[in-house]
Design a protein around this ligand. Structure first.
Ligand SMILES: *Cc1c(COP(=O)(O)O)cnc(C)c1O
Length: 464
């Protein structure tokens, strides 16, 4: 008994049909509804007893095709929720090869580590970090942040044994930073949320004051976490200013560049990210603005020695030898918390090779200029008002109602999602509900934004 097909020719036919259905999904990404709630009857069909016997590949293919319309919708050009990449059909090729190789990329001597290291070298080069920078491809920025801040924490413990560690980040920080502090045992309360200025960037004066206060109270400041592209409004902290403070105070400088680090490729905004070359560690996502299909994040650590000190403690049964399968000088398990790992680097490698960095740069630049276009359209509409500056790729605005403004704007966002026409989200800006439109999608066109604004204005009129 093996689990291989009994009838390979029939299986091939099914597999080719599945490939066609997957390509159809991508080729027709613009068509149909953006998002559709999972129907009750489909939920009921899925709620089966534990399968004791199997079904045919052909039946399974039909079941797979039946669920494909009910993804979040981020492949569609009018998906504006959160910060999600749109993915590419070329990724399907890498995923097929990767699934066939079924490689565990935690270690051992095979092609996985070779390609992962190449991707890390490219990533460091793009971000302007030194060539010896180490790193791994992670599931996402949340995991990359944990991976990086452990290195920062360990170094602080070595330098300040027994010190009560405290770290600093702007009030617009992503929740994954607080979560990392919690998981690493530093404690959520040891993360100081520093107020932001009117541009939603961390206030450097307030940061310095907080560091001084903690030092005066005998605490041990150890890290500053800057944000390059805050998830709410797209603000970019003054990274050079943060790097200066970290250098003067001897603090670890980590940047969360989940989506915003990609803007280093932009001719118009790139200068604001130049100081990524000065970080001790960087976390960002290939699955957001880079458009690699989920999931692919990245952590980069400037000092490979410190990186290894935090993770390289392999037990005997995983020991190196010079030759054979246990050889190879890069084992990802020496650079992060996981042993068994997917071959994620493969799809990043093929993505960068297939499209080239210039095409990604064009996507990023187009989304940035689309955000400015959206801003102009909002400014031109009497009833619409911007609620935050548009620094990058996110617009936060609202319809100006006479009463129940927050409720009605939230209503508009949900109604739009349920209409299938577009999927903006909402957020809170200075205690007011904003409709939030994020642009990290290589398929979005200006006409999609026109459709969105026209719909919002019309819905607003009806709700007045
Ligand atoms: C998305 C995001 C994260 C979390 O990244 P994941 O890949 O979802 O784990 C962190 N910070 C910012 C600014 C983000 O946009």
């Amino acid at each position: 008994m093996t689990l291989d097909p009994k009838d390979w020719p029939a299986f091939r036919k099914t597999a080719h049909a599945m490939l066609d259905a997957s390509l159809d999904k991508m080729q027709n990404a613009r068509e149909g509804r953006v998002w559709t709630a999972v129907p009750q009857d489909l939920k009921a069909e899925i709620n089966t007893p534990l399968p004791q016997g199997g079904i045919s590949a052909e039946q399974m293919r039909a079941d797979l095709e039946a669920i494909m319309p009910y993804a979040p919708g981020n492949t569609h050009p009018r998906f504006f929720t959160g910060v999600n990449g749109a993915g590419t059909p070329s990724n399907i090729l890498a995923e097929m090869a990767g699934a066939a190789m079924n490689a565990n990329c935690g270690g051992r001597n095979h092609i996985g580590p070779v390609i992962e290291q190449q991707v890390i070298r490219w990533a460091a080069q793009i971000m302007g970090m030194p060539s010896e920078t180490s790193g791994i491809i992670s599931s996402g920025t949340s995991m990359a942040t944990i991976t990086a801040l452990k290195v920062a924490r360990d170094e602080a413990h070595r330098n300040h044994p027994g010190g009560e560690l405290v770290g600093y980040t702007g009030a617009q920080t992503h929740s994954c930073v607080r979560r990392a502090f919690d998981l690493l045992g530093i404690g959520k309360d040891a993360l100081r949320l520093i107020p932001c200025d009117e541009n939603f960037e961390i206030d450097l004066g307030a940061l310095q004051a907080a560091i001084d206060k903690d030092r005066a109270e005998g605490k041990t400041p150890f890290a500053v976490i800057g944000t390059a592209g805050a998830v709410n409004v797209g603000a970019i902290d003054d990274l050079d200013g943060l790097a200066d403070i970290c250098a003067a105070e001897k603090l670890w400088f980590h940047v969360d560049g989940a989506f915003g680090a990609a803007a280093i490729l932009s001719g118009t905004v790139g200068h604001r990210l130049k100081a990524l070359s000065r970080v001790d560690s960087l976390a960002f996502d290939f699955h957001k603005w880079w458009q690699v299909n989920y999931e692919a994040g990245c952590v980069l650590i400037r000092d490979p020695r410190l990186h290894r000190l935090s993770y390289a403690n392999r037990p005997e049964y995983l020991r190196h030898s010079e030759d054979g399968l246990a050889g190879g000088d890069f084992w990802a398990v020496d650079y992060g918390p996981e042993l068994s790992r997917n071959f994620r680097a493969l799809k990043v490698w093929t993505h960068l090779k297939t499209h080239g960095v210039d095409a990604i740069a064009e996507v990023v630049e187009r989304n940035i200029s689309q955000a400015q276009y959206l801003k102009r359209r909002i400014e031109a509409e009497d009833k619409l008002e911007l609620l935050a500056p548009v620094a990058l790729n996110i617009c936060c605005f609202r319809y100006d109602f006479k009463y129940e403004t927050n409720e009605k704007n939230a209503r508009i966002a949900v109604d739009l999602q349920e209409s299938g026409l577009a999927a903006p989200s909402t957020t809170t800006i200075n205690h007011e509900t904003a409709i939030r439109v994020n642009l990290t999608n290589h398929r979005t066109q200006e006409s999609d934004l026109d459709m969105l604004i026209d719909a919002i204005v019309e819905m607003g009129k009806e709700l007045e």
